[in-house]
Ligand binder design. Structure first.
Ligand code: 523
Length: 144
């Protein structure tokens, strides 16, 4: 019997897969990424990330996804409070993260990137499900 509180209990609660998104900060700006797929999301801007795989912590998944999709090394910092449903079996969580090294490039799933200062938060058309996390990420950034 699996002990309560193990990672699968946390991350796959009620058979939900967690999608972890990163509010990546560098030099007072937040990274925004424009999706190129799937067609129904293409053109929308998001906090980049992806699904937490079995056996991974959300922080490990975030580091992996940001490396694969953008070629950057990051350090996850703290979870942004809240979770947002993405459809059957998927829920969005968000974490702040700090850029350690690398220059972000759209290698997979994105076709444009922008680094936004807090006053530019509305400069891109964020996916609706990302907006609460973006608002909180910008609030944190502005307070730094
Ligand atoms: N979202 C989303 N916002 C957001 C992310 C990172 C993802 O709404 N900030 C949605 C988009 C997809 C689902 O979450 O419907 C999975 O995200 P995706 O495709 O980036 O996750 P991957 O890369 O792990 O998915 P696979 O292509 O299946 O590997």
């Amino acid at each position: 019997m699996r002990a309560l509180g193990g990672p699968r209990v946390t991350l796959r609660r009620m058979n939900q897969t967690v999608v972890v998104a990163g509010a990546v900060y560098d030099r007072g700006r937040l990274l925004a990424a424009r999706r190129s797929a799937p067609p129904e999301l293409a053109g929308g801007w998001e906090l980049p990330g992806g699904k937490v795989e079995p056996g991974e912590s959300p922080q490990q998944a975030l580091v992996r996804e940001l490396r694969e999709e953008l070629g950057i090394e990051t350090e996850p910092l703290t979870r942004i409070a809240g979770e947002w449903p993405l459809g059957p079996g998927l829920v969005l969580h968000a974490w702040t993260a700090r850029l350690l090294h690398g220059e972000a490039r759209p290698l997979q799933d994105h076709d444009a990137l922008r680094w936004l200062a807090p006053e530019e938060a509305d400069a891109v058309d964020w996916l609706p499900q990302d907006r609460p996390a973006v608002a909180e990420a910008m609030r944190i950034l502005a307070a730094c």
